[in-house]
Design a protein. Structure first.
Lengths: 319, 544
């Protein structure tokens, strides 16, 4: 039962990624103008255009090029960057590492913080801790990340000068250098992401605390801490997991904006450069990577939900 | 959810597009294009308080050289040309800010556009302006210790001409010069024999693509950056961080600074933030818009400086398409508006009126000639041509922050002649491929700093791929050819002035104004001086 649920989810995930890759491919074909002339500029000689078209296999039908790309992609070969002339994975390697570091900080700090705040708000419903947390998270939810970033830069980088406003190193920056500069970009993403998780966690905590089994646990004389941690929290987490997943996946889009503002040398900055340089193979890789992140996050949320939900977890007693 | 990524994607055309007029020119165009996000700038502005009126002029360190300290490190933020940036000066993807620090050219440009000696101490043209002989500076060494000789100078020009280099300057030089035409009679002499006469040939070597590299260095120069300039390379990462250190044996003397650190920051607002946060001292090649320049000027640590007339703005009328194939209509569009009003409205007067002449008033060959605005005369012509009734579409885009304000200002000013301009905003991404030279009427701009021979031949002469109006005037072409054959500078000047008059009268180019560039820099910086494609790396320094 459990295995079949997981298998079905995984199959759907693969299907989604495949469809996303197809959509991205079609969208990139629809870019205005012939790619070769775009790349070479107005002065391109016809011979140079023909040569580049051949190099990019633009002389072959689109479906054939897609199949070639797909064949390469499943074996980990995403083609060659038009800008650096390196294989995509090695050209994007450092940027991936840097964004990975940023994501790690954001997820660890952001998810932990927002779950704690959500629980506190839920437990202190309509009293001042709740009002404070809910108010701030509503603001965080309503303000776009570039505004959050700008305000954070203004206060913490320009006025107080506690943190740098931008990363001055390129993608070969050391982890140490990045860790010095990572806090403002991470905070921008956390503020916007945390709001949704806090709100969801608060609501579901309130629901769970009002449920019969929590009342029962209390009647049986369990301590408040034990009631919250052992009985309420796992159940309250269930509906929140999907919100976490969506928000972590949303980071894929958020990093583009935030990395650009902070000159953070990650995958978002790389994507903007690739758009500017019309580095199509790189764009395709990043877009598929984004889809992959989205799908994997949701899949993990589903699996976590299964593992936390006794009805889904226990074979034979489902339904 | 706040999925606002699209809102901040800088809408920029590919770097490559118009690169024959100068590679980094393009990327700097994109950089300047982005402007400062209004929201961000107004946030900063309200938080920093108002810093009074545009204080660029008052606090301009160009005007106040001040006492300069010997030594120190200047941190410079710059827009990256591409992730595949190179230190090869000839490349269309050269990292522009490094070039002037690392290299020297045979000749450099004076502020009035005339040619000054650099690695060449003197040059002479034959009577027919076909053969140019350069005497080279003695005792100059490259950063790796090798002596600079005529072989390096010859190699540099051959490297530019080599089709494999794909240098933007090749298209400018190749019509006159073949690689075989360059000879080196001795170590201090290089001779260039042209295929057709050009009395202004030497001015074409002032381009920043013409920085001199060591003989045989084509395959390595992109990374080594070995030149004869005031600074030598310490490190360089494409689209990343790098630094250069003072070259004590520079032939022009020792630079004031010890070190310059260069950081690539693609986003304009991020560059300004870095300045305000004290992470960098100078934001290169970044035109601050009004809000941002006020923010910078109001800051306690940073200020602004102005590069006069850094760009010229133009509304090209395609002379090969109706209604602009009619010279009378073109002239009517030029007298239908008031240039001063357009300058004031579009960029708050931060520039100079151009009166439809793209030659800067500082240029030695400048002709002070203009058509007097006459809306009534324009109205009569446009009435007859049926344009008053139909109106005229004008294309613009967010490619550069001034294009749309200029278009709106022209629209507003030309109402006096009854002209109904319909503004169409096109996608910035494909603006220079789908609109420019395709639509009859659009908005565009260029960097100033091109020598006059190159400017007039490249942008206005029939046959050039940059002739954005398709203007084809045989008289104009023959004046330019006559100028190239005229060795006497005063007589040549007369030809160029005749060409300017013809251009103002008949061409398809409405040129309302030159726009100043406002850049941001730390209050510690002294002796910042920049014009055209010249930047003074030798004297820039920090406060004592």
């Amino acid at each position: 039962m459990l295995a079949s649920v997981i298998a079905r989810r995984a199959a759907f995930a693969l299907l989604t990624i495949w469809l996303a890759s197809l959509l991205v491919f079609v969208a990139l074909q629809a870019l205005p103008g012939n790619l070769a002339t775009q790349l070479l500029g107005r002065d391109a000689t016809p011979e140079a255009v023909a040569q580049l078209e051949q190099q990019l296999h633009l002389d072959r039908p689109a479906w054939q090029r897609y199949l070639d790309w797909l064949g390469g992609a499943v074996t980990g070969d995403f083609g060659t960057s038009l800008v650096s002339q390196q294989p995509i994975l090695s050209a994007a390697g450092l940027a991936l590492r840097n964004t990975g570091l940023l994501a790690l900080v954001v997820v660890v700090v952001g998810v932990t913080l927002s779950l704690v705040l959500g629980v506190v708000a839920g437990l202190t419903r309509d009293r001042w801790p709740d009002l404070g947390i809910s108010g701030v998270s509503l603001i965080g939810m309503s303000v776009p990340e570039f505004t959050v970033s700008t305000v954070l830069v203004l206060v913490f980088a320009i006025r107080l000068q506690w943190f740098p406003a931008v990363v001055t190193d390129g993608s070969d920056a050391t982890v140490g250098t990045l860790l010095e500069a990572i806090w403002l970009p991470a905070a921008s993403l956390v503020v916007v992401m945390a709001a949704y998780i806090v709100r969801m966690m608060r609501t579901s905590m309130i629901d769970v605390m009002a449920s019969d089994y929590v009342s029962m646990a209390r009647i049986r004389g369990l301590t408040s801490v034990r009631v919250v941690l052992r009985h309420a929290l796992p159940n309250a987490l269930l509906p929140t997991l999907n919100v976490i997943a969506i928000n972590v996946a949303w980071l894929v889009g958020g990093v583009v904006v935030v990395e650009s503002i902070f000159n953070y040398p990650g995958i978002g900055t790389l994507m903007l450069q690739s758009v500017r340089n019309r580095d199509v193979p790189m764009l395709q890789f990043i877009a598929v990577l984004g889809a992959l992140t989205f799908v994997v996050c949701n899949l993990l949320a589903d699996l976590a939900a299964i593992s936390l939900n006794p009805r889904l977890r226990t074979p034979g007693r489902a339904g | 959810m706040n999925h606002t990524a699209e809102a901040r994607l800088p809408a920029q055309a590919p770097e490559f597009q118009r690169s024959a007029l100068g590679g980094p020119l393009l990327s700097r165009r994109s950089a300047l294009a982005a402007g400062i996000s209004t929201l961000g700038a107004s946030w900063l502005l309200s938080a920093c308080g108002t810093g009074g009126a545009a204080s660029g002029q008052q606090s301009n360190p160009v005007a106040v050289p001040g006492e300069v300290r010997q030594g120190g490190t200047l941190r410079m933020a710059r827009p990256p040309a591409s992730d595949a940036e190179s230190l090869d000066p000839a490349s269309s993807l050269s990292a522009y800010e490094y070039l002037g620090a690392l290299y020297s050219r045979l000749v450099k440009q004076a502020e009035d556009g005339t040619v000054l000696p650099d690695l060449a101490t003197s040059w002479t043209g034959s009577a027919d302006s076909m053969t140019w002989t350069f005497k080279l500076r003695e005792g100059v060494t490259f950063h790796d210790g090798k002596s600079f000789t005529s072989a390096d100078a010859a190699y540099t020009v051959r490297h530019i001409l080599d089709p494999a280099t794909k240098s933007p300057q090749a298209g400018v030089l190749a019509p006159f010069l073949k690689a075989s035409g360059i000879t080196t009679p001795d170590k201090q002499t290089v001779v260039m024999k042209l295929a057709s006469p050009n009395a202004e040939f030497v001015s074409l070597l002032m381009s920043y693509n013409c920085y001199v590299i060591p003989d045989g260095s084509a395959s390595t120069i992109a990374k080594t950056g070995i030149g004869t300039g005031p600074f030598s390379l310490v490190s360089f990462t494409p689209a990343g961080k790098g630094s250069v250190k003072a070259n004590p044996s520079y032939f022009g003397g020792r630079p004031k600074l010890d070190t310059i650190e260069l950081t690539a920051i693609a986003d304009v607002q991020a560059r300004v933030n870095a300045l305000l946060a004290g992470q960098v001292d100078l934001v290169a090649q970044t035109n601050l818009d009004l809000a941002a320049s006020k923010t910078v000027a109001a800051s306690s640590t940073a200020t602004t400086a102005t590069v006069k007339n850094a760009q010229w703005y133009v509304l090209p009328m395609l002379t090969t398409a109706a209604p602009f194939d009619d010279a009378e209509v073109r002239a009517a569009f030029k007298v239908a508006y008031e240039p001063q009003a357009v300058l004031d409205l579009a960029i708050n007067g931060r520039g100079t009126v151009a009166n439809n002449n793209p030659v800067t008033p500082k240029d030695a060959n400048y002709l002070d000639y203009k058509l007097t605005p006459d809306p009534e005369k324009a109205r009569a012509v446009l009435q007859k041509a049926g344009i008053l009734a139909a109106g005229q579409e004008l294309f613009t885009s967010s490619y550069d922050p001034v294009l749309t304000p200029m278009s709106l200002a022209y629209q507003s000013s030309a109402k006096a002649a009854g002209l109904d301009i319909k503004i169409k905003t096109a996608s910035a991404d494909s603006y220079y491929t789908d609109v420019w030279i395709k639509k009859p009427f659009c908005a565009s701009y260029w960097y100033t700093g091109r020598p006059i021979d190159q400017l007039l031949n490249q942008v206005f002469r029939a046959g050039s791929s940059y002739n954005e109006t398709g203007w084809s005037n045989p008289q104009f072409a023959s004046i330019l050819d006559a100028a190239r054959k005229t060795a006497d500078a005063a007589k040549r000047r007369q030809h160029y002035q005749d060409a300017q008059k013809l251009l103002v009268d008949d061409s398809g180019s409405i040129v309302p104004f030159f726009a100043d560039r406002t850049i941001g820099l730390s209050k510690e910086v002294r002796n910042y001086a920049e014009f055209g494609f010249e930047f003074d790396y030798l004297n820039i320094g920090l406060k004592a």
